[in-house]
Structures are given as C-alpha cells and as structure tokens.
Write a protein that binds this ligand. Structure first.
Ligand code: C2E
Ligand code: CA
Ligand code: CA
Length: 855
C-alpha cells in the first residue's frame, strides 16, 4: 500500500522549516534605539536615521512612546512641497507603537509580523522599559533556517510582473508606486541601450534612499538621478541561502532576479524570504492534511478498507466518544505509546499527557475543535515507559449523517526523530561533535555580531586563543580516546570558567577560541585568562590516571589591536605563541605594553589589599643544606598567596604589584614576623640550630622605618639575630650605593646576617661586593641549571665560588635539581645548596615533619 504523502513529508529530512523555538526576541534585538521629541523636524529625524543606519525613530514625550516614524512613512512625504520637510515628526508618525516583550519567541513574532502587517515592534523588558526595535530583517537573520534556505531556490519567490520605472519618472511617482504597490523598493529601467548586462541596465531606489532624501530636503527630481546602479542581482536558480548571504555581505536589502532568459524578472527582499518561508511551511502542512483527509474519506466508503488503512497505518490512531472515552486504537498507537488496546479502552486520553501543555493550551484546542471540527498541532505526550516525546497530532470531530457529533478521531505521528534530526543538522553545521562547543563557523559568525555590538556600544572585546601545551604528546602516548576525553573535560572547564554571554568554541585539535564581550579594559581579559589557565591546570583523572595539562593563552583586544575579526584571531594566535615561548602555562596579550599594565592592574590590587586581613597569605619553607654532608642548615621563607578565585598565585606575579602599591611594606613585615614566630616554635622543642632566610624587596629596604621594624620584630619574637639572614638583591644595593651601605651597616649592628640573592643576574661586578658588609652569596639557579652539561656555566659557577670565598663569603647554589648538579657543586667547593633535589618549598608543618627530627 502506498503511504500517504503526509508520512513521507514527516519521515524525510526535508521538513520545510524548523521554527527556532528556543530563541527569543530579547536575544536578537538590536539595542541601537533612536529616539526623538515630537517637535523634531522631519528632515532632521531622517538625517539621524540615515546617519545611524537604522530604519526607524521612536517619538518619545515625557519618557512615553507616542509614535514611530519609519522609512516606510518616508514614502508619504510630499517631495513637491519644501514645507513638508519642516513638519514636526508628530504630524506624520505612526501611532500607536506596538510592543512585544523580550521573552517573545521568534516564531511567534514571525507570525505577528505577517498577521499585523507591521515591520517594527518595540521590544520591552519585564518592567516595560524600552530595549530596542526589532525588525523583520532581524528575524530572518536569526531563524535557525539554514537548511531550509539551502533547499529553496529564488524562483520559489518570484512573483513576476516586474514594473520598472522610466528614468524620467519623478521622485513623488516612485514614492507613490512603492506606497500603493506595498513595495519597499522600485527598479528603474535605463533601457537596453544604456548597459551591457541585464543588471547594469537597471537601478534601484529604496525606502532607505527616500528617507535620506527627506533628510537632505531634496526637491522633486527624476529618479534617474537618484537610483543606485547597477542593481545587484542573483539568478533564478540560486538558493535563498546564497541570497541571504549576498544581502548580508553587501549590506543591502533587495536583489534583482535574472530569469532563465537572461532578463530581469523580479526584485526580491528580505521580507519576501520571510514570507516565502512561512508560506512554504503552511503549504506543506496543508498538502499533508489534504492527502490524509482524502485517505480518510475514501476509507469511509468502505469500512473494510478503512479498517485496513487504519490498522496498517504508521500513524497512531485513537477514536474516542463524545465524552472523551477511548473506544478504539490501532496497532501503531500501541507501538508508539506503549499501551495495549485493552489498557486504554474506556479511559480518558489524558493518561497520555505529559503535563507539558498548559490548561489554556487544551482550552484553545477544544475551542477550535468545536468551532471548526479540526485541530492540529504539536504536543508533548508521555509513553507508558514514562518517556516524553513530541507528536504531530491531528484531531477531527466525526459527525453522523444528521450532523450529530459521535466521535473524535486523533491521528498522530512521533516526530522526535525528526526533531532530533533537525537538531543534529543544526548542530553538525555549527557545533563541534566531540565537545558540543560551537565550531569555527559559529564562532566567526558570533564574532561578527559581537564586533558590531561592541562598535555600537563603544565597548571592548577580547579574543583569546587557548592552546593546550604538549597535547600531542598525551594523544600519541595514551591514545586518542584519552585525548578525546581530556578535550571534553577541558571544554567543560572552559565553559564553567566563563560568563554566560562569553563564547567558547573549539577551533579543531587542541585549540579553543574564546570571545569575551563588554570588557571594561584589557585587565579584565587578563583576569579571565589567568583564571582559565589555573582552572585548566588542575589535574584531570582519566581511567585512574592523573593528567596535568597546562595551557597557553594569547589575547587580542578590539578595538586596540584590530577592528576586524580575522586580524583579531590572527593576533591572538601570535600572542599565544609568545606565551608558549615564555615557557607555556601562561597568557600573553598581543600588545606587549598591555601585558605589563594588565599584570599591574589585574584587579589583583584590590584583592591583594584584602589578602593580609583575610589570611590568604602563607609561608612555605625550603631547606638549605650543606653541600658536602647534606645536613640541614637553614630554611628560606617563601611567600604564597592563596587567592579565592585564582588559586595559588606565584610570588613572582604579585610581589612586583605589592612593591608598586607599597603593600610590600606591611606584607614584608608580616613575612618577617611569621618566619621569626615559626623559628621560635622550632627552638622551643629543642631541634638542631636553623637559620631563617627571609627575602626583602627593594621597596621595603628603602622604607625609612625598615631597620626599626626589623629591630622590633626581633625584640617582639625573641628571635636570636644571628639566626636570621635577610636576602637582598644586587640591584637594591646598586641604587644609591652609599645610603644602601649605611643601611646594611645598621642591620649588621642589629646582628642579623645578609645575603645577596639571585647573584649573577644583576649588573654589579664582583669588585663591588667588597664594599658591602655581607656574609653570603646565592648563585642564581639560571647558572646552576646547566653546570652538569655546559662547561661555560660550570666555569662561571666555579669562578663565583672561588671569588666569593676569596672575599670571605659563604656561597649558596640555588636551583639544585639533580644529583648531577650537586656533584659538580661539591667538586667546586660550594658551601650550601638549595633546590628541588632536596625538597620543594613546604608548608611549615610539612617542613617540620620532614626536617625537624634532626639528623
Ligand atoms: P627566590 O628568592 O630566588 O626564591 C627561590 C625560588 O626558586 C622559589 O620560587 C623556589 O620555589 C624556587 N626554587 C627552589 N628550588 C628550585 C629548583 O630546584 N628549581 C627551580 N626551577 N626552582 C626552584 P618562588 O617561591 O616562586 O619565589 C619566587 C620569587 O618570589 C623568589 O625568588 C623571591 O624573589 C620572591 N619572593 C618569595 N617570597 C618572598 C617574600 O616573602 N618577600 C619577597 N620580597 N619576595 C619573595
Ligand atoms: Ca630568595
Ligand atoms: Ca634566588
């Protein structure tokens, strides 16, 4: 048996169009709201519209909307009368202005546009505040209709009967033609002799042009002077998708259509695409219904045949009596709902209901049924298994020969697969199947939209290129499956670390792109980047294996770095590579000057102010051991900041900021005091002697009260001065040498030890050291790193050691990471060693547990 056309339509993948149910007007409304007072002269209103490129202006008085004047209304201006331009908008505006709430669904709005023949609505929020104007074009641009548009050809919209204006026709005539024909543009025919191509022969004049002419108070003149040429045109067999792209690309709203004969046959617009879409949808459904009605009526001729049809139908069929009790169902019904006939006969169909539809929905359904004898629509019902699914339901009231209502017949199809397919088609085109994130295409679309928005709002926007470090290695060594799962986890962390309106997309491989909109400044992007980097750094557990991946992030900022999407992406990419060069696990801004700025300002400043009172600062301790014997000699106190959002912030990142803001003074005092207090608890329990090393920053050292502060901390905590060594850097001593020497002498007088930190990275010569009253040199880990492989490094360290010794200084090697390092240092006679080889910096209790026993 032939299946009715209806089923083919629904089974196939070519449902005419899927309303974008989930999009509401609030999401697409353009917030460029142009308003004016009622007394404003018409030409001035038109000028403002042209300037802003908007198609309407709201007339507002005492904060109430009293009317709207649109490009459409511009057609009614009498160009022959100069006084017309001077009229106040009040005299010509349309009123009242229809409003729609932000929550209105796009497809509802599509219908309203058609039903009310309006072209603009004022969108208001829940409090009734004006949010923006939504036009038909906005709707067309935002429907989820890609595949519909690809399937339809231009010729499905062509009405034919194009009436072109002669070039000598007047402006008034053009406006009248548009007004009367319900057109928003007219074509001007310059004649075949004038141009080589079909399109070149024609020009176009639109409502928007007319508005501009009102703005310039143009006098009546021939359209030949005004029409834009050549008319941009498409071919009859182009897809609507292409046309939409053409319209968007050229910023136009109309295109000519060239027919098979090479002649211009029509002019189509956005509005036509919109109504074409609606019509197609309605047509398909009507067609489907007609087919089914035919099947029904023929079946009435023969009961036997009817039963057969019903029985073998793939549609669920349910017949109820007038009291809505189920009297019969077909096998497809049981198949679709999960209920056997004997389970439902005699019962009310509400047992199938999912509860998703409101009582008002059913009230409307019944009203329509009793009025027209028919109802059809989509409903959500529940299978016996509890699963909720969408069905396309058609209900017909059945009457006997006398017109008495006897039964209702309900026919339905499960359209969940259809819906899934549609969703999948949408997703495939725009989403990355692995992570479910938007893909490159959608990202590029969104970036365009966000850029336009940022331009309007004069706000900043950041594009961030996020690239996992060494992902390839994980993929190669642990397999693609692990790699995939890692990417999924990374995607969800990215999503979770961003605001709702930010976009994150997967560009392919291990590359992600993020758009941050509405930024106040580059600092804000830096804060987010930092948050991302630390969120991604948290270990991921896959199949019991703990993976740590780090990321590098590059950031470019609109409008600072570029105005266009491609360049912004490219610059973010360049910045990302720079982040990799800087040692990965970090971020970089494209504009290097911004890096410095952002680090300083990173909003960290405020947070840093609160760090001390909120006890977010902590000290870690790293042992210094005797290079030969390996016994514990000292501990260096290293500051840690446990930021509530950013996690552990490295001292290298916040100490410069603390210095700049002067916060280092109280923080430094806290460090010194805490270190001395810990030392006190160390002494009390009778452990081996331990020297405490505390880092001092330049700003602290310069502070007038510094020496006094050290003295009072020593006194308050009962710290033996000889157990405390302050670490200073070369550069601190190089500026204002005499004053520095004086200060060092004062510290010496207190009895504390002094060490030069990071030795070798500053500019001083060893000769200088003689002038400073110091005890110890700490060789920077940069030199230690290569001593076991690089003879130059080894020679350098050997030289520092022997020179240090000749000046009577103890020499400490920092950054000792391996046994090989230690071996070389021992051979060179280095006194003390510090580094991961012995221990990483540890919290105090861990430090005590590891080294407190004495050995
Ligand atoms: P620094 O004074 O040179 O401290 C040694 C740094 O080297 C520490 O980094 C330590 O964790 C790291 N390190 C230790 N052993 C190894 C190793 O074997 N290999 C490698 N690659 N690194 C090792 P940290 O804790 O991140 O501190 C960074 C810098 O922040 C310090 O460098 C110091 O300049 C500053 N800083 C830390 N705490 C304070 C403080 O309380 N006050 C001041 N003013 N500055 C501090
Ligand atoms: Ca140090
Ligand atoms: Ca150091």
């Amino acid at each position: 048996m032939n299946r009715p056309e209806f089923l083919n339509v629904l089974d196939g993948d070519a449902l005419p169009f899927a309303p974008a149910d989930d999009v509401c007007v609030g999401e697409i409304v353009s917030p460029a709201l142009l308003e004016c007072a009622p007394g404003l002269a018409l030409h001035e209103a038109a000028r403002r519209m042209s300037e802003r490129g908007v198609s309407s202006i709201l007339v507002v008085e005492d904060d109430a909307v009293v009317g709207i004047w649109t490009e459409r209304d511009a057609l009614a201006v009498n160009f022959a009368d100069p006084a017309a331009f001077m009229l106040p908008v009040r005299a010509v505006m349309s009123t009242p202005v229809r409003t729609v709430p932000m929550s209105t669904r796009l497809h509802e709005l599509t219908l309203r546009f058609r039903e009310e023949h309006l072209r603009h609505y004022l969108v208001v929020d829940a409090e009734g505040r004006r949010v923006g104007i939504v036009s038909q074009s906005d709707v067309v641009l935002n429907q989820g209709i890609e595949h519909y548009l690809k399937l339809r050809k231009v010729d499905s919209l062509v009405k034919g009967g194009l009436h072109a204006l002669a070039p000598q026709a007047g402006l008034g005539e053009a406006a009248r033609r548009m007004r009367e024909g319900g057109l928003d543009a007219v074509v001007v025919d310059f004649g075949r002799a004038e141009a080589a191509s079909a399109a070149g022969r024609y020009g176009i004049l639109t409502e928007r042009d007319i508005t501009r002419l009102v703005a310039s108070r143009a006098a009546e003149r021939a359209v030949s002077e005004l029409a834009k040429r050549p008319l941009i045109a498409c071919k009859e067999d182009d897809s609507l998708y292409r046309v939409r792209a053409l319209l968007a690309e050229r910023h136009i709203r109309h295109v000519g259509v060239i027919g098979g004969d090479g002649e211009l046959c029509d002019l189509i617009s956005f509005k036509d695409i919109l109504s074409g879409m609606e019509l197609a949808y309605v047509h398909e459904l009507q067609h489907a219904l007609r087919e089914r009605d035919l099947a029904l009526s023929s079946s009435q001729r023969s009961l036997y045949l009817a039963e057969k049809v019903i029985e073998s139908s793939l549609e669920g069929v349910m017949v109820t009596d007038t009291e809505a009790r189920i009297v019969s169902v077909n096998p497809a019904f049981s198949h679709l709902t999960g209920y056997r006939a004997d389970e439902v006969i005699g019962r009310n169909p509400s047992l199938l209901s999912s509860g998703r539809q409101s009582p008002e929905f059913y009230a409307r359904m019944w009203a329509e049924l009793s009025e027209t004898g028919q109802w059809q629509g989509e409903v959500w019902n529940r299978r016996k298994s509890g699963e909720v699914y969408p069905q396309l339901l058609h209900i017909t009231a059945i009457r006997d020969r006398d017109g008495q209502l006897t039964h209702y017949a309900a026919l339905f199809t499960d359209i969940s697969r259809l819906k899934e397919n549609e969703a999948r088609i949408r997703d495939l085109a725009y989403y990355d199947p692995l992570t479910g994130l938007p893909n490159r295409r959608l990202l590029e679309d969104r970036l365009q939209v966000e850029l336009a928005h940022a331009a309007r709002m004069r706000s900043r926007l950041a594009v961030m290129f996020v690239d996992l470090d060494r992902f390839k290695r994980i993929n190669d060594s642990l397999g693609h499956e692990v790699g995939d799962r890692l990417l999924v986890e990374i995607a969800s962390r990215l999503r979770a670390s961003l605001r709702e309106d930010d976009t994150v997309a997967r560009m392919g491989g291990d590359e992600f792109l993020v758009i941050l909109s509405n930024l106040q400044g580059p600092d804000e992007a830096a804060v987010t980047a930092r948050r991302l980097v630390s969120a991604l750094r948290r270990p991921v557990v896959i199949e019991g294996r703990e993976l740590v991946v780090t990321t590098s992030v590059g950031i470019s900022i609109y409008p600072d770095d570029s105005l266009d999407a491609q360049t912004l992406i490219k610059n973010a990419d360049i910045a990302m590579y720079r982040a990799k060069d800087e040692g990965r696990n970090s971020f970089q801004l494209y504009e290097p000057a911004m890096n410095a700025r952002s680090l300083e300002h990173l909003a960290l400043e405020t947070a840093l102010h609160r760090a001390l009172p909120r006890s977010e600062l902590q000290l870690y301790f790293q042992p210094l051991v005797e290079a030969g014997a390996g016994s514990l000699v000292a501990a260096e106190a290293l500051l840690r900041w446990q930021h509530p959002d950013l996690g552990l912030v490295s001292p290298a990142d916040f100490i410069p900021l603390a210095e700049e803001t002067g916060l280092i003074v109280p923080i430094g005092e806290w460090v010194l005091r805490s270190a001395c207090e810990y030392h006190c608890s160390w002494r009390e329990t009778g452990r081996p002697p331990l020297r405490m090393m505390v880092n001092i920053s330049a700003r602290q050292f310069r502070d007038e009260g510094f020496v006094a502060m050290v003295g009072s901390v020593l006194a308050d905590t009962g710290m033996p001065p000889e157990s405390l060594t302050l670490e200073l850097t070369e550069s601190m001593l190089m500026e204002g040498t005499d004053r520095a020497i004086a200060r060092l002498e004062q510290l010496r007088a207190l009895g504390v030890g002094l060490a030069i930190d990071d030795f070798g990275t500053g500019y001083s010569s060893l000769a200088y050291l003689k002038r400073f009253p110091i005890d110890e040199l700490k060789i920077d880990r940069l030199f230690v790193r290569g001593i076991d492989r690089n003879p130059r490094d080894a020679a350098l360290v050997a030289a520092i050691v022997s020179l240090g010794h000749s000046l009577g200084l103890r020499v400490v090697a920092e950054g000792v990471e391996t046994r090989a390092h230690l071996e070389v240092l021992r051979g060179q006679g280095c006194d003390l060693a510090q580094g991961f080889h012995f221990s990483r910096p540890l919290p105090w209790t861990a430090f005590v547990a590891a080294f407190g026993a004495g050995d």
